[in-house]
Design a protein around this ligand. Structure first.
Ligand code: ADP
Length: 740
């Protein structure tokens, strides 16, 4: 072989050898890269912790690329900015400057757009904060690797080094593959993080729900009101307070309907209540009576709202026991009434002194003369009778006011009631130079109301006006009544839209204090006004508040108007206050006209059909006051009856045991044996005779006496009585006995 040939052969063999060397180097490099990719994949997928995954990815790539620092930026989907999520080898000062960057038209921006890695020198003149910061830290080389998953670029892994580095096509390929692996791992970790957060949140919500359910349960279980859940009319739940209130066990209540516990009187009202038909929102409160297991009735206030119970519509009902508040209300009413009574007493005493002066004066005059002249006798007796009659009327008015009534509605003549109330106050008004100016509508129909309560309202308004005018040295008290038809535009809507007294405007206009029933189109209006100083406009909205008073201590309780307001409201009416344009205050009461009972008279007619005298009978008169015994004896004898008398209960019982009487007049209050005891004793041994007792009493004010008379159904005569009252009663009862 020629040396040239040998040379050629040698060259070829060297080239082949080199190529083999190159290939084997590439194979080694590829397998190193594969191993590295494998290592990255296993490292980043080992943890599902998002942050851990990022940090592990950076350290793997830095290790393989032999670079000093690296960072991962992820895209903020809302702003498009890149946010730094993890870093290694970067100073905290730089980290704080590159926490959020706008990729813009930088290498990183291009990597994000193209999804291709970029390598090279960190630019010095692009002015981007990232380049500036990295340069300042002394880095020269960069490689930006897109992090991709399912074709989307999630962010960039940026590695940097202080010196230039060779990155060939294989290395680029490697970086692309590494970016894809890291991208998928990041997405998985993010997914896992989101699911974990969701689970955490759900667990938290469930715990919160359980806690609020526990709190709700504790609240309901320890509530001081009965709380019930009612579904399809049946009890599903009643709290411990409710069970104790109604006297049932939890087991028993589950077999009952809500209406079973409602008083028969109110069942229809509750059944008709719109709540049951359309359970939406909170219903207006309802005042009704309910019944305990032992049959006792309780006044309650119902509030209800629609709820979902086990995915079915139900009603949550709160039942408040009103027994105590009713009792308190009665007590406050009575206290206020007693306070008013106290104010009345001094006036009444003066008022009584006038007729008493007449009685004493004339009777002394007549007694001094053994044979008084005929004219003086007639004049004196007439004056004494008239004075005594007036005094008895004053006492009667006072007693009627002081009497503690159960709430009772009956037809009331408002004009008459107002007259009687003004009479109670006439003395005080007179001495305070207050002239009463009345304008009563003679056609005013009777209204169904509690007369005693309305009188309390009138009296309070009169006393307030009087006190206001007193400071002015007198004035005029105007009282007017009239029937008022509601004009069409003044309909219920406008009425119900008005403000409550607690928030009255101070413009002198009349705000409503209670809504009138929607069917009402005629009202009775009562106006009490004065020409005193009026009510300061800034106080107008407060005067109906309980305990609001501008009067000095001892003169005002501040309860008068608030009680008046609640009384009028209970009558379905309203009361408002304002100032008259001429000066002075004006109170207007509007009461709905309830006509059903109007045909009944408000009081007994004066003239009872007079009966003729009966045949002579046996009558017993028992009283510890000799003059009354004597008077009744004389009246009965004048009717032709034979009369026996007793001045105490014991003596009377002895007589009653020994003989029979046709009629017995008996005082209620007597020493030793009083009227009630005598009745009980007589009933024991002669029930028929006990029914013939007519009690004489000056004590109708006491609840005890009234209860006794009501319970026994006995007849009674109120002191002071007129002769004709006694005659009429005697004839009526004896005639009844004759005819039976
Ligand atoms: P009291 O009379 O005990 O103060 P009221 O509730 O009856 O309580 O009255 C509340 C307040 O309303 C009074 O203190 C007074 O300031 C004012 N007021 C009531 N009536 C009149 C009136 N006719 N003129 C001026 N102010 C009045």
């Amino acid at each position: 072989m020629m040396w040239q040939d040998r040379m050629q052969e040698n060259v070829a063999s060297t080239q082949t050898h080199e190529r083999i060397l190159q290939w084997s180097r590439r194979i080694v490099e590829h397998s190193r890269q594969l191993a590295a990719l494998n290592s990255i994949a296993s490292s980043v997928s080992q943890s599902l912790d998002f942050q851990e995954t990022l940090e592990s990815a950076i350290s793997q790539v830095l290790h393989l690329m032999e670079c000093d620092a690296g960072m991962i930026f992820l895209t903020d989907v809302f702003t498009g900015d890149l946010t730094l999520k993890a870093s290694a080898g970067i100073s905290p000062a730089t980290v704080s400057q590159i926490e959020r960057i706008n990729p813009g038209d930088t290498c990183i921006g291009r990597v994000m757009q193209t999804g291709e890695p970029a390598v090279g020198e960190i630019p010095t003149g692009d002015g981007h904060p990232l380049s500036r910061s990295l340069r300042r830290e002394g880095y020269w080389f960069f490689a930006a690797i897109p992090l991709r998953s399912k074709g989307r670029t999630l962010g960039v892994l940026l590695i940097v080094h202080p010196h230039p580095k060779q990155v060939d096509a294989d290395a680029r390929q490697f970086l692309t593959a590494a970016g894809d692996i890291i991208g998928v791992a990041i997405e998985n970790a993010a997914l896992y993080r989101d699911v974990a957060e969701l689970l955490n949140e759900t667990r938290h919500q469930a715990e919160k729900l359980r806690e609020s359910e526990r709190q709700f349960r504790t609240l309901i279980d320890s509530a001081n009101d009965a709380v019930a859940i009612v579904q399809d009319g049946r009890f599903q739940y009643l709290n411990p307070f409710g069970l104790a209130l109604f006297g049932y066990t939890a087991e028993e209540i589950r077999h009952l309907c809500f209406l079973d516990l409602v008083h028969p009187r109110d069942r229809e009202t509750v059944a008709r209540h719109h709540l049951w038909r359309s359970p939406q929102g909170m219903t207006a409160p309802l005042d009704i009576m309910m019944v305990r297991k032992d049959g006792t009735a309780i006044p309650v206030n119902l509030n209800a709202c629609a709820i979902d119970y086990w995915r079915k519509p139900a009603v949550l009902i709160i039942v408040r026991d009103m027994t105590e508040s009713h009792r308190l209300r009665q007590q406050i009413l009575h206290t206020e009434k007693m306070a008013a009574l106290g104010q009345l007493i001094s006036g009444i005493a003066h008022e009584l002194n006038n007729p008493l002066t007449t009685v004493i004066g004339y009777s002394e005059l007549l007694c001094q003369q053994s044979h008084p002249p005929e004219e003086l006798l007639e004049e004196g007796l007439t004056a004494i009778h008239e004075a005594a009659r007036r005094a008895s009327q004053i006492v009667r008015n006072l007693l009627a006011f002081a009497r503690q009534h159960p709430v009772e509605r009956s037809p009331v003549n408002i004009n008459e009631l107002m007259e009687r109330t003004l009479a109670l106050r006439s003395y005080e008004l007179k001495v305070n130079n207050i002239e009463i100016v009345t304008d009563f509508d003679p056609q005013l129909p009777l209204i169904v109301a509690d007369g005693a309560q309305l009188q309390q309202v009138f009296l309070n308004l009169i006393i307030n006006a009087e006190q206001a005018m007193q400071a002015h040295g007198g004035g005029h008290l105007f009282v007017r009544t009239r029937v008022k038809a509601l004009r069409p535009e003044h309909d219920c809507k406008s009425l119900t839209g008005e403000v409550s007294p607690a928030s009255q405007p101070s413009n002198g206009q009349r705000p409503a204090s209670a809504d009138l029933p929607s069917h009402t189109n005629t009202l009775v209006e009562i106006i009490v006004a004065d020409d005193g100083p009026g009510i300061p406009p800034d106080l107008l909205h407060r005067i109906f508040e309980p305990f609001f008073t501008t009067k000095p201590v001892g003169q005002g309780t501040g309860l008068g108007l608030s009680i008046s307001h609640s009384i009028i409201e209970q009558h379905g009416g309203r009361i408002s206050a304002g100032n008259r344009s001429e000066g002075g205050a004006e109170f207007v009461i509007e009461l709905p006209l309830v006509t059903e009972l109007n045909e009944h008279p408000s009081s007994e007619p004066d003239e009872v059909q007079s009966l003729p005298p009966t045949a002579p009978k046996q009558i017993l008169v028992i009283d510890d006051e000799p003059s009354i015994v004597r008077l009744l004896q004389t009246i009965a004898a004048s009717e032709g009856h034979s009369v026996e008398t007793a001045t105490d209960g014991r003596a009377a019982l002895a007589k009653l045991r020994s003989r029979v009487y046709d009629l017995i007049f008996c005082d209620v209050k007597m020493p030793l044996v009083n009227g009630q005891q005598l009745y009980q004793e007589l009933k024991r041994f002669n029930g028929t005779l006990a029914k013939k007792i007519v009690f004489i009493t000056g004590d109708v004010i006491s609840t005890d006496t009234r209860a006794f008379l009501q319970q026994t159904g006995s007849r009674f005569l109120e002191k002071p009585f007129h002769q004709q009252d006694v005659v009429r009663l005697m004839r009526t009862l004896l005639a009844q006995q004759e005819s039976s």
